[in-house]
Ligand binder design. Structure first.
Ligand code: FAD
Length: 464
């Protein structure tokens, strides 16, 4: 059956493409194919059984709204955060589109409060401390949806799309693309007997969990792409009291440094005041750590990730494969799970024992993480960069480098396969477009949503 527009993946990038097409009055028939469930049917069994049961399609990262549904729902309202789309499209246009997309989030029920702008004097003071520690504080106003509110908001969007006539096909895994003579003709589905292989326009928006799949398709069909930066790191958890100033003033303190001796870029990312450390599972049985926070239900801890960026040149240029190896090695040491170690134990050159975890002030908010030794799996360069960075952050946030601070591993960000795009978001293959985190240009909810909006505008133009 021939379709007009087929979108693979119902994450923010895919759903904002459909949403904006409806808002523009497009009469094109839109089909979204998603391997996970409708947002109202998504729930992580861990909330009932207390541990990860390794679902075939991880409910945290698959289904309507993608990795956004169970995310903390922090919308970063700055073009300087969330990926390199401004380099492609222009900073001003991205800033305008963020403002536009933010209004849509508000229409669907986002909290009107913006974090990180209310206290300029205190922000100045934090920046002064950051400068003394050789760190840069990135300005980024944040609209915090909260995990439970994010699910409701995306449910409203799902209903809006359905009412607008968008066809939503769930529990359906797209296996391949149909590409002939450098033109994309549609997709291949082998499960569930769904019959939608042919499409005039195919939009791939498969997120980080679909990045591997898209990279393989790039190799198979010569879709022009290049290796990008891979981020390897840890999720740090400490008591709210330690993070109080940054939590209250900024909600998320985005600090960037280039610690000695390697001078790789190291940064804080995805801070969750009163939040919970979370596990997400990828298709190849890879368990990685993440974090989120609810709007109302709060823990006594704050978590955030510290990511160390790596670039490869020659002869090795497969950053996703490199990060996957690091992740698998860490999982192996943890019996297939997430490892956790106290910062002080790393400095003392010893593993952490389960009993020791219960002795400190910081009670792990991911209780099924396995106490052990993350240094046995983390590459030396990344580990040293992260440890030195933690000491720099301690100058801005006294107590951050306390011996009881917890480090969970692996935290890996799979957005390192960068698809070559022109300014109209065309790939090198006719009628194929790639969006969001899987194409390497975005790394967050707002920027992925913005890319969807821009894609819709391009599609609406070509319709005329
Ligand atoms: C726990 C957690 C917390 C986070 N917190 C934040 C935050 O606070 N702020 C922020 O900005 N970002 C956050 N993020 C990141 C954010 O969720 C992503 O950057 C964003 O969702 C990317 O959007 P996307 O549309 O590109 O991809 P995704 O949201 O990953 O969506 C891709 C979709 O494609 C589907 N898919 C993949 N492959 C296939 C296939 N072959 N066939 C069919 N469907 C397929 C997947 O099931 C998925 O639903 C968080 C992520 C996680 C996991």
């Amino acid at each position: 059956m021939q379709k007009d527009i087929v979108i693979v993946g119902a994450g923010p990038a895919g759903i904002f493409t459909a949403l904006e097409l409806l808002k523009l009055g497009s009469d094109r028939k839109i089909t979204i194919i998603e391997k996970g469930k409708a947002v109202e049917n998504r729930s992580c069994p861990k909330t009932k059984v207390g541990h990860c049961v390794n679902c075939k399609n991880c409910n945290i990262t698959t289904g309507f709204s993608g990795a956004g549904a169970f995310s903390d729902g922090k919308l970063s309202l700055s073009p300087d955060v969330g990926g390199e789309l401004p380099d492609l499209i222009g900073r001003e246009k991205i800033a305008e589109t963020i403002a536009y997309t933010d209004k849509i989030y508000l229409e669907f029920g986002a909290d009107t409060h913006i974090e990180g702008i209310g206290n300029p004097e205190k922000i100045k003071e934090i920046r002064r401390k950051a400068i003394s520690a050789n760190l840069t504080l990135v300005d980024c106003p944040i609209r915090h949806l909260g995990t439970e509110k994010a699910q409701q908001l995306y449910y409203e969007i799902e209903q809006y799309l359905l009412k607008g006539g968008v066809e939503l096909i769930f529990n359906t895994d797209v296996k391949d693309l149909i590409i002939e003579n450098n033109e994309c003709k549609g997709i291949v589905i082998t499960e569930n007997g769904v019959d939608v292989p042919y499409a005039n326009k195919t939009i791939v928006a498969t997120g980080r969990r679909g990045a591997n799949w898209l990279e393989a398709a790039c190799e198979a069909y010569d879709i022009k792409h290049r290796p990008g930066t891979v981020d390897i790191g840890v999720r740090v958890e400490c008591r709210n009291e330690i993070m109080e100033e940054i939590n209250n003033v900024l909600y998320e303190g985005k600090l960037v440094g280039h610690p000695k001796p390697f001078k790789n870029k190291v940064r804080t990312f995805c801070q969750n005041p009163g939040g919970y450390v979370a596990q997400e599972n990828y298709d190849n049985d890879l368990a990685v750590v993440n974090g989120h926070s609810f709007k109302d239900k709060k823990s006594q801890n704050t978590n955030l990730s510290i990511l160390c960026s790596h670039n490869f040149t020659t002869p090795f240029n497969q950053p996703i494969a490199y990060a996957t190896m690091v992740g698998k090695l860490t999982n192996m040491l943890a019996g297939g799970s997430i490892l956790v170690q106290r910062y002080g134990d790393i400095l003392d050159g010893k593993r952490t024992w389960p009993k020791e975890l219960s002795e400190g002030n910081v009670k792990p908010s991911l209780p099924d993480a396995v106490a052990g030794d993350i240094t046995s799996a983390m590459p030396y360069r990344a580990m040293i960069s992260i440890l030195n960075f933690i000491q720099d952050v301690d100058k801005v946030v006294p107590g951050f480098a306390s011996g009881e601070t917890l480090l969970y591993s692996p935290e890996l960000k799979f957005y390192s396969n960068k698809i070559d795009l022109d300014t109209h978001l065309n790939t090198s293959v006719k009628n194929l477009h790639c969006l969001g985190d899987s194409c390497g240009w975005t790394r967050g909810l707002m920027m992925a949503s913005v890319m969807g909006v821009l894609m819709a505008r391009e599609l609406a133009q070509t319709q005329k």
